[in-house]
Design a binder for this molecule. Sequence first.
Ligand SMILES: Cc1cc2nc3c(=O)[nH]c(=O)nc-3n(C[C@H](O)[C@H](O)[C@H](O)COP(=O)(O)OP(=O)(O)OC[C@H]3O[C@@H](n4cnc5c(N)ncnc54)[C@H](O)[C@@H]3O)c2cc1C
Length: 466
Amino acid sequence: MIIDSQLHAPRPRFRTATRVAIVGAGFSGTMLALNLLEQPHVEVLLIERDRHRMGAGVAYSSSESSHLLNVRAGNMSAFADRPDHFCDWLAAHGLGCDGAFVTRATYGRYLREALAAAMERYGRRLKLVDDEVLDIEERGGRVTLGLVNGGLIEADRAVLAIGNLPPHDPPAVAGAHLPARLYVGDPWATPFEEGLARDAAVLVIGTGLTAVDVILRLVAYGFAGPIVALSRRGLRPHRHVDGLPRLKPILAKPAPELSELVRWARRAARDTDWRQVVDSLRPITQMMWASADAGKRARFLRHLRPFWDVHRHRLAPPVADRIDALVASGQLRFRAGKIAKVSAGRDGLVIDWRPRGTGRVETLHAARMINCTGPQGDLLRSSDPLVRRMLAARRIRPDALRLGLDIDRDGHVIDGEGRASEHILAIGPMTRGDLWEVVAVPDIRVQVSALARRLVNAHWVAGEGL
Ligand SMILES: Cc1cc2nc3c(=O)[nH]c(=O)nc-3n(C[C@H](O)[C@H](O)[C@H](O)COP(=O)(O)OP(=O)(O)OC[C@H]3O[C@@H](n4cnc5c(N)ncnc54)[C@H](O)[C@@H]3O)c2cc1C
């Protein structure tokens, strides 16, 4: 933990020097720090509660070699204004870039090296703080961050870069009080393979990217038992394919209503690969979300989101091949349906579930059940200490659809009274209620670069508006 007398020293006024405290050192927090430090006079405190995640966050601290990026390396530069930055780094390390899907561990190394280089370059202007932020208060035009160890940090601005919230327990599991050896509620926080017999049966709840990650890690661990992956629709992420012609981006909304949009996409996909149709919407996805009213956003989430997710967030071909091979071998089965009841028996779990579209109840037995329903953003259901305190003090509030934090167009959090904070901001996946498409690197890098410029008034210096 790095707390020294300098952290409490009197600060110059905001206009001449900005001291920014960033909560969370995943991709979002780390890259905001690096963007800010490019401006003179800015001082950054980057605070991370899990030292193994410093610089890489949840996604890129995986050391599992089967965990590949789901975006091609060529589109994974960490900097919005340097598109070749990651490819150049790969080349300098003797690795290829063209169309490649590299491991998330490699990407984590790239981010950590960028952070280490910044430490060297910017010296005392960058401080890494190994601690957990428990509360943030605004007072006298500044912010005070309270840390788990009782220490305080003062800054001109605080930015929440806390990533996603852990998954919720599915309704049938919530009140079942299942023992930890049988049920893993958050696979990012728990070594879920520990103590599992290699030939035991496993139930994975969820069939999306988190489920794929967990399944690959189980297999890498040598697990050879049967795996059932169950979700309401049983939809699996599709695969990327190589060699598609260059993308023609769309600059205007192709259809005003959601149903027309679906028809448009189906028509467009007759003449080209559907992946190109989905990807062509990417430059205007944030604009479409911004122009949709609350009702349309809610309809999208209810009816289209599961389909959007599996078409938009795709698997690298080698990952899709491995999943296909597990299905072909019979070790892995995908199922559509809903869990009705779970109980713990002497030999494991007994799970009653209803296959989709039937009134029938079937029973599964599993030695372990792993919750892979994916990251959440609903503040009201969170047990995160910082979120709970700030919510209780009405310093933050959920966005209208409970996807994350309510923010204004400039990223300031909105408090319980509906007022935008002057000193507390948020970035990353927890701002998806405002932007929707802000969960992956290509979007977050643009968000952090724009916020860094706003925070240090660089737009004024450069004479351009934002
Ligand atoms: C498994 C996985 C794979 C992904 N793969 C890709 C991919 O291939 N390509 C792509 O573009 N995107 C991918 N993504 C999307 C990913 O969300 C973003 O790329 C990005 O990593 C999000 O980073 P973040 O910093 O916002 O969140 P996180 O990585 O979650 O980091 C938040 C950090 O904040 C810390 N923290 C939280 N609260 C506190 C507190 N109170 N005090 C101190 N520290 C705190 C946490 O410990 C954590 O380290 C993936 C996501 C996941 C989960």
